[in-house]
Design a protein around this ligand. Structure first.
Ligand code: LRH
Length: 490
């Protein structure tokens, strides 16, 4: 049997990992060789990504990979929207800033004063979120114009890390589509947006499709680490889109929920839907692999639990995620729901306190302890998933009976079951390492080992077990959903 090995480097907002994928012609098996936390650093008044530390962890991953036999290539995926700026010598001008930094406050209005909201949506088809690259660049224009003047190149996070490894500067298409600067139909940078906002046009690099071999590991790094100059492949640089490749289905029409720090719920389309309905529902069109479009809602996701956990650690109480879910499943239904995407939950800080204040303000039962807070988050996410699902159905005119959940969030059985119950649909959960699986499959496609995405999905379905959750009717979820929707979500 054959044994082709590639290295996936997957960076989430809370942790990263280096995983070797081995393909024997039928199945992909994974071996995690390095896992590390991704800890943003607040310095003075700015929240940064610790990009040097992340690059150091790539190097550790590469060193550990040496023990695994011949590796053909590597691929990197990260979260969306964030970037680094390079000067004329190709050096980093400033540490990349975290999308949760407050610099984008009020920047939407500033952008819309120059180019109206409808035009921006009709070009990009992107959901408006203050954290999008467009609004981050507006913040730079307003407050650090000298930085933009000095910038010769803008590289989004996966492209920046690819550049550090290979010296090649380019922008991968799926990550470009998270910026709100891309023309969704032409798949090119939008000169209309760039010119109207007076952004420096020259900083944007050429766009390459996922699956492109962009270069080799640089001589300098291969000498430093004592490894071969393997291929550096642009996978779907946007983690959500690498994950999409791993949805274990052979259907053309399906609903997915990519469940990690963020929850991305939507469907896959051949071409973007950009019309009045999608605009009024603020649904995003994101570029995917294989020229597909992901038509989805960005929902705040497990960030609420991750950041609550950090808060409890700050208070001297350290719980594991599994432990928190166990505690929450013992609580049973409580009369406390939040709109998970309410503004106050975006910045880092004391999320449990903000949840309690929200429940008090809206006249509901106030969760009293860690277990009840997690229960409230899981119930509220499940309600938000149904809300998003209905919006996607409204905009596509289709009905979907199964929800495919992929990513780390499926480790919470409580969340999967609640989602099935509240949505009244069957949930198929898996694979847990969807992003890594997709990243690996895209490398194998670039190497000519896998034919296309359909084959990749079949191989991945063959490689991983899924868990099915049937909707239970132990609560009157239709009624509860209707009440929460009317009082909190509309
Ligand atoms: C998820 C994600 C999501 C958003 C956010 C910034 O990791 O990529 O799709 O773009 O991060």
């Amino acid at each position: 049997k054959k044994d082709v090995k590639v290295l996936a480097l997957d960076f989430g907002a809370s942790s990263g990992r280096a995983i070797i994928g081995s393909f024997d012609g039928e199945k992909i098996s994974l071996k995690e060789i390095h896992r590390f936390t991704n800890d943003p650093v607040i310095l003075l008044d700015t929240m940064y990504w610790d990009v040097l530390r992340l690059f150091h962890d790539i190097k550790i991953g590469l060193i550990k990979a040496k023990q695994e036999g011949e590796i053909k290539s590597l691929g990197i995926d990260t979260w969306g929207v964030d970037f680094g700026l390079l000067n004329k010598d190709g050096k980093l001008l400033e540490n990349p800033v975290h999308y949760r930094d407050a610099r984008t406050k009020g920047m939407m209005e500033k952008v819309f004063a120059k180019l109206d909201k409808d035009t921006v949506y009709s070009i990009t088809g992107n959901q408006f979120m203050e954290l999008n690259t467009l609004f981050q660049l507006m913040a730079l224009k307003e407050n650090q114009p000298e930085l933009l003047q000095k910038a010769e190149t803008l590289l989004l996070m996966p492209d920046l890390l690819n550049y550090f490894l290979s010296n090649e500067k380019c922008t991968e298409y799926t990550i470009a589509s998270t910026t709100q600067l891309l023309d969704a139909k032409n798949k090119t940078w939008s000169s209309e947006i760039i010119e109207n906002l007076d952004l420096p046009k020259n900083i944007f690099t050429k766009i390459v499709q996922p699956g492109t071999k962009i270069g080799k590991l640089s001589k300098q790094i291969s000498e430093e680490l004592g490894i071969n100059e393997i291929d550096v492949i642009a996978v779907a640089g946007h983690d959500t889109q690498s994950a999409m490749v791993a949805v274990p289905t052979q259907e053309d029409d399906f609903i997915f929920l990519s469940c990690g720090t963020w929850s991305l719920l939507g469907t896959e389309l051949k071409t973007p839907i950009i019309n009045e309905t999608s605009a009024s529902l603020n649904i995003t069109n994101e570029g995917g692999a294989d020229n597909k479009t992901s038509f989805l809602k960005n929902i705040i996701g497990l960030w609420l639990i991750q950041e609550s956990r950090r808060q409890w650690i700050r208070e001297g109480k350290e719980y594991g995620f599994g432990e928190l879910e166990q505690m929450a499943s013992k609580v049973g239904m409580i009369n406390s729901f939040i709109d998970t995407d309410s503004e106050e939950f975006i910045p880092a800080g004391n999320i449990p306190k903000r949840i309690q204040e929200y429940c008090k303000r809206t006249g509901q039962y106030v969760p009293q302890n860690e277990a009840e807070i997690v229960r409230c988050i899981d119930q509220s996410l499940a309600v938000k998933y149904r809300f998003a699902l209905e919006q996607i159905e409204m905009a596509t005119g289709k009905k979907y009976d199964t929800l495919n959940i992929i990513g780390g969030g499926i480790q919470s059985k409580l969340l999967c079951q609640l989602t099935a119950d509240v949505c009244g649909r069957k949930v198929v959960a898996g694979p847990v390492e969807a992003t890594v699986m997709g990243n690996i499959a895209l490398q194998l496609m670039a190497l000519g080992e896998i034919k296309d995405i359909k084959e990749a999905r079949k191989i991945i379905a063959n490689s991983e077990n899924v868990t099915v959750y049937e909707p239970q009717k132990d609560e009157n979820w239709d009624e509860i959903y209707k009440n929460v929707k009317e009082s909190l979500l509309c």
